[in-house]
Design a protein around this ligand. Structure first.
Ligand SMILES: [Zn+2]
Ligand SMILES: [Zn+2]
Ligand SMILES: [Zn+2]
Length: 278
C-alpha cells in the first residue's frame, strides 16, 4: 500500500463529508469572517445538510431558556414597595423550584439538539459566532428588542448583563414577554391572550416569515444582508449601557470586539426572498 502523502499527491480526493475544503481553509486564513460564514452557509444549503432544521430547534429552546430565566428573576425579586417577601412566599419558593427544574431539563434538550450536528460546516460556523459572549448584541437583534419594546429601548442595560448566575448562561439574551423590567416599565398588565399573541408574532422560529429568517440567520451564522462586515464588528451596545459592558468585557478580555456606538439601520430593502429555513 502506498503512503498517504503519495495518494494525496496523485490527487485522489480523501476529504470526508463535512470536513473543511481547501476553499474554507483559505477563507479561514484570510481572516474575512463574513466571507467564511457565508461560504459555510452556502455549503450547508447546497448539500442539503440533513441537520439544518435542528439549528432552528436550538433557537426555540434558547427562547424557552431565556423566558425561564426572566421569570425566575421576576419571582425572586422582592417587591420594591415593602422590601419584604409577601405572605405567599412558600408558593414563590415552589414556583422557583419548578422553574429551576424546567431550566435544567431545557438545558439538557439544548445539548441533545446541539449534539445532533456535532461535526461539519454548520457547527463550525455556529461555534465561531457563539464564541463571543455578547453575540446576541448584534445590531439586528438589538433593533428587534427595541422594536418589541424590550430593555434595549431603555438604558437599564438588562440585555447586556442580566446579572444571571453562571449556571444560567444559556438563558442570556433579549427580553421575552415575562421580563420583569419590561413589565415595570410598561406599567400595565398583559392578559394571557395578549401574551400568547406576542409569542406568536415574534417567537415562532419556523413560521417562514422574512422577519424570522432574518433573526434566525443572524442568531446561527452572525450574517445579515445589510453588511459584509465581520459579525463581531456588528455587535453594538445601546446608549447608556456602556458602563455595564465595559465591566463585563474587562472581565472577559474582549473589549476590543465591541462597538461603542449604537446605530439603527433600515432593513426594509435588501430582504431575502425565497430562501429556506434560516
Ligand atoms: Zn426587558
Ligand atoms: Zn431592563
Ligand atoms: Zn434587548
Amino acid at each position: 500500500m502506498q503512503p498517504a502523502d503519495k495518494l494525496t499527491q496523485s490527487k485522489i480526493d480523501l476529504t470526508l463529508s463535512g470536513e473543511k475544503t481547501q476553499d474554507e481553509i483559505k477563507l479561514e486564513q484570510s481572516g474575512d469572517i463574513d466571507a467564511l460564514q457565508r461560504y459555510r452557509r452556502n455549503v450547508v444549503h447546497q448539500i442539503e445538510y440533513p441537520y439544518t432544521g435542528r439549528a432552528l430547534e436550538l433557537l426555540r429552546i434558547e427562547q424557552d431558556l431565556r423566558s425561564t430565566v426572566q421569570e425566575e428573576q421576576t419571582l425572586a425579586k422582592k417587591p420594591e414597595t415593602t422590601c419584604s417577601w409577601p405572605i405567599y412566599r412558600n408558593d414563590v419558593q415552589a414556583e422557583l423550584q419548578a422553574l429551576n427544574k424546567r431550566y435544567w431539563l431545557l438545558e439538557r434538550q439544548w445539548w441533545k439538539v446541539r449534539n445532533s450536528f456535532v461535526e461539519g460546516p454548520l457547527i463550525r460556523a455556529f461555534d465561531l459566532w457563539r464564541s463571543h459572549p455578547l453575540w446576541y448584541m448584534h445590531r439586528i437583534l438589538v433593533e428587534d428588542c427595541v422594536r418589541r419594546g424590550g430593555c434595549c429601548s431603555r438604558s437599564c442595560g438588562c440585555c447586556v448583563d442580566r446579572k444571571i448566575d453562571k449556571t444560567r448562561q444559556l438563558g442570556a439574551g433579549h427580553c421575552m414577554v415575562l421580563c420583569g423590567c419590561c413589565h415595570r416599565a410598561r406599567g400595565f398588565e398583559l392578559t394571557k391572550k395578549e401574551k400568547m399573541e406576542l409569542l406568536t408574532d415574534f417567537h415562532i422560529v419556523n413560521d417562514g416569515s422574512l422577519y424570522r429568517l432574518r433573526i434566525n440567520r443572524v442568531s446561527i451564522w452572525g450574517l445579515s444582508l445589510d453588511s459584509h462586515d465581520s459579525p463581531f464588528d456588528m455587535i453594538v451596545i445601546p446608549p447608556g449601557c456602556e458602563k455595564v459592558v465595559l465591566k463585563e468585557q474587562m472581565a472577559k478580555g474582549k473589549a476590543e470586539q465591541v462597538d461603542e456606538t449604537f446605530i439603527l439601520i433600515d432593513e426594509e430593502e435588501n430582504e431575502e426572498v425565497g430562501a429556506s429555513g434560516y
